[in-house]
Write a protein that binds this ligand. Structure first.
Ligand code: NAP
Ligand code: F7E
Length: 324
């Protein structure tokens, strides 16, 4: 069988690292695009050194993308690189838009310029639904983003659709709802909680400072979600798909489950609310309907909410235990 080549942007992020793991099991040659920075940030990808090829590139730099495509000659591009932290997008709205919106356009232009037949995956997001107008959210639900991040991703979504319709690029949007894991960035609420609970259990801290505890999310497990990205690009025709579990939990639910892992039931005593973590505009409630992906792609999640919380907490206990 012919070996396929994939270029993955955002390789050192949560999803990039899991996607590379998955593509290797499928026999792909994988190129991982990373930005040059003063210190390498390969916490999630150290285990991939020698198995994939790291390549320097930046979604804010058109020529770097042209060069990456020339050097890799990919069959598939997974555009996962982004300024992905919603809270930070109010502080850096211009950079957020440059990378998350124009970065997608730059990559699509680079594909066109290359003249190659490249399949393209765009990491779109449930944050585009924001202040939801329909529940559960599906592919046809109108968007109402609530942050510079959500707005920037909406441009990425539409330009992907537009290049599919204008130029016939095999381009797909995965509208992924929140997905978490042991490799989640520490600033996101789930990992902040799993790390905080681990610290409390080990006697390294006495509380976790959080913002809005009432927000509700449809949280899945990241390794399940990267399989959906791949499945979209293997289908006969390009299309857009919601990827979600269909279940919704609050931050309070997450806290209760996480503290239960270390036999603490009075979790409220360990949580302080802190204004610094409140957002100028909040997304209160998201829950996705992924029937289309389940029917057309045969995709479904395999790890439950409780199992995911438990994996994250015990992983952080192991990591912190190793440090001490
Ligand atoms: P992540 O862990 O924050 O990873 C994002 C990656 O993008 C990082 O490796 C980052 O590299 C890279 N990046 C940032 N700016 C870049 C630039 N200018 N050029 C090239 N790369 C750049 O995010 P994730 O959770 O894996 O998410 C992957 C993608 O899915 C993102 O596009 C995100 O917006 C989207 N998404 C995520 C979720 C979720 O729940 N996780 C849900 C829906 C959609 P540095 O290390 O150099 O900063
Ligand atoms: O916040 C609330 C916060 O930062 C979740 C990204 O991957 O998923 C992610 O975006 C909720 C929000 O993720 C804290 O206000 C309370 O309501 O973990 P988060 P997010 O904003 O949902 C989407 C789908 C993406 O596309 C994004 O890239 O938790 N919350 N207290 C807090 N959030 C944080 N970060 N920190 C707190 O202390």
């Amino acid at each position: 069988m012919e070996t396929k080549t994939a270029l993955v942007t955002g390789i050192n992020g949560q999803d990039g690292s899991y996607l590379a793991d998955f593509l290797l099991t499928k026999g792909y040659k994988v190129y991982g695009m990373e930005r040059r920075c003063s210190r390498k940030n390969r916490v999630n990808t150290e285990h991939l050194e020698g198995k994939i090829t790291f390549i320097n590139g930046d979604l804010a730099d058109q020529n770097s993308l042209l060069r990456c495509i020339k050097e890799c000659s990919p069959d598939e591009i997974y555009n996962l690189g982004a300024m992905s932290f919603v809270g930070e997008s109010w502080n850096t709205p211009e950079t957020t838009s440059d990378v998350n919106a124009l970065g997608v356009l730059r990559m699509l232009e680079a594909i066109r310029e290359s003249g190659r037949d490249i399949r393209f995956y765009q990491a779109s997001t449930s944050e585009m639904y924001g202040k939801v107008v329909e529940t559960p959210q599906k592919e046809t639900t109108p968007f109402y983003p609530r942050s510079p991040y959500g707005v920037s991703k909406l441009y990425g979504y539409w330009i992907t659709k537009n290049y599919r319709e204008s130029y016939g690029v095999f381009a797909c949007n995965g509208i992924l709802f929140n997905h978490e894991s042991e490799r989640r960035g520490i600033e996101f609420v789930t990992r902040k909680i799993s790390d905080g609970v681990a610290r409390i259990a080990l006697g390294l801290s006495d509380h976790i400072a959080l913002g809005n505890l009432d927000a509700q999310r449809d949280w899945g497990y990241a390794p399940d979600y990267v399989e959906a990205m791949w499945a979209m690009l293997q289908h006969d025709t390009p299309d857009d798909y919601v990827i979600s579990t269909g279940e919704c939990y609050s931050i309070r639910d997450f806290l209760q489950r996480a503290f239960a892992c270390v036999n603490i039931s009075n979790w409220e005593d360990y949580v302080k609310q802190d204004e610094r973590f409140m957002r100028p505009a909040e997304v209160d409630y998201l829950v996705g309907d992924s029937s289309k992906a389940r029917d057309v792609l045969g995709w479904k999640p395999s790890v439950s909410f409780d199992e995911m919380v438990s994996r994250m907490v015990f992983n952080d206990i192991d990591l912190l235990g190793d440090d001490n």
